[in-house]
Design a protein around this ligand. Structure first.
Ligand code: CAA
Length: 392
């Protein structure tokens, strides 16, 4: 086993062409907008254009990483999603022509609700511990869809986070100790025949809180840091208020005072991106980490807690320690631009986009040209998805 640190060598995020704001959604649902702005802590949700999906989001997030680092040492691509576009073929394979991936690469898709991005990160760290010259591209990419006019509709969103995992990382070491927890619970799932998730909202919250406590207990049993040693806590954020609930619960479970200021200090700086992007499932935790690192504060050498939760359920408590010089590697402007460049849409347009379904007849169907992003889904033909690079 290598003693070299392994972790995040580069991190980039991408989101959709469109955004729907929660004031618009609340008005159409007849809901008091403060329920969204304060009750769940959400102000906007990313909405994919007709020619965007998890593949175009993944390619958009990963492209700048490959532009900066090339493909030297890259032998594995792990794409984590719960919005798969095929029951058999790994979505990451579509990235070959879009990104110029080397042929000598293993490409696999990984699924376990919102947790699988973290599984991919840990699998990548294991591969690199065995062969420190290798690099692994991990991409978490998802589009959260719930039924119209349900309580969960306000927690939709979409984004991708791409992470280059390497030895002697330039951004943050992933510390070796982690705590895990899993249980068979039906809090949120999506059968193969459904485009939207089935969810027991209240159960999902208590399941998440229980999993936080159990994963942290395992983390401590394995010698992890005391709560007081962390500079901040990045939680999976299905809605940003959930991070506050989770941290309050963790503090109370450890017999610590869960004051408003203690909770705000721990999680407040992690919510800027998810608050306006919405739930991006596997990517959400890494949008929280990006939002934190993009703050002016210097976190060099200070452990940051990461809590990954995927319904069903699996949770993992781990930590990242930013390394000296990490701020020079950040993509703060690009991250903020990806969010601020989205085009607002009205409610009817959002409904129309959501109501559109992939044709199933195997005919040739051209997809409307909408996105200003660098990659798009251009057609569905003979049951194949055809992607192209744009000039965007
Ligand atoms: N002003 C301010 N606050 C208001 C308000 C108002 N006018 N009206 C309501 N609120 C507050 C409520 O008091 C409540 O606050 P607390 O949670 O602090 O008590 C909050 O807004 C939400 O109100 P409700 O509990 O009434 O909300 P709801 O039941 O209608 O829906 C939800 C909430 C269950 C989370 C729903 O959005 C949902 O089902 N979401 C999908 C499931 C989900 O995200 N689960 C999270 C854990 S599972 C997970 O993390 C995996 C994953 O990604 C899915």
């Amino acid at each position: 086993m290598s003693l070299q640190p392994v972790g995040i060598h580069d991190l980039a995020i991408a989101t959709t062409h469109y955004v729907l704001d929660h004031a618009t959604l609340a008005r159409h649902q007849g809901v008091e907008v403060n329920k969204y702005h304060y009750g769940i802590g959400q102000e906007g949700m990313s909405v994919p254009a007709a020619d965007e999906d998890i593949v175009t989001l993944a390619a958009t997030a990963a492209a700048p990483i490959l532009q900066r680092h090339g493909t030297t040492g890259l032998r594995t691509v792990l794409l984590a999603t719960e919005t798969g576009v095929d029951q058999s073929k790994a979505a990451g394979l579509y990235l070959h022509p879009l990104l110029g991936l080397p042929a000598s690469t293993r490409v696999v898709e990984i699924k376990q609700a919102c947790y699988s991005g973290t599984a991919a990160l840990q699998f990548a760290a294991g591969l690199i511990a065995r062969e420190p010259e290798e690099r692994v591209l991990v991409i978490a990419t998802d589009i959260a869809r719930y039924d119209f006019d349900t309580a969960a509709e306000a927690t939709q969103g979409a984004a991708a986070a791409a992470i280059l995992v390497a030895a002697d990382p330039a951004i943050a070491e992933i510390e070796p100790v982690s705590g895990v927890y899993s249980a068979d619970i039906m809090d949120f799932w999506r059968p193969n025949y459904r485009a939207t998730a089935v969810v027991d909202g209240k159960l999902s919250i208590t399941a998440y809180l229980d999993a936080v406590e159990q994963a942290f207990a395992d983390y401590r049993r394995r010698g992890g840091h005391d709560l007081g040693q962390f500079a901040a806590f990045c939680y999976h954020q299905p809605f940003t208020k959930m991070a506050y609930k989770a941290h309050r619960h963790l503090l109370e479970s450890q017999g610590r005072p869960a004051t408003t200021s203690a909770v705000e200090t721990a999680v407040g700086r992690t919510t800027d991106y998810n608050r306006v992007v919405g739930n991006s499932y596997t990517a959400s935790l890494y949008l929280a980490l990006a939002a934190l690192l993009d703050q002016p504060e210097d976190f060099t050498g200070r452990p940051i807690a990461l809590l990954s939760y995927g319904s069903g359920c699996v949770a993992e408590f781990l930590s990242a320690r930013p390394v000296s010089g990490y701020r020079d590697q950040l993509r703060t402007d690009a991250n903020r631009d990806a969010i601020s460049n989205r085009k607002p849409i009205d409610y009817d347009h959002y409904r129309a986009l959501r109501n559109a379904q992939d044709p199933t007849d195997g005919g040739h169907h051209v997809v409307p040209d909408e996105t200003s992003g660098p990659f798009r889904l251009s057609a569905l033909t003979e049951h194949q998805r055809i992607y192209e690079k744009t000039l965007g």
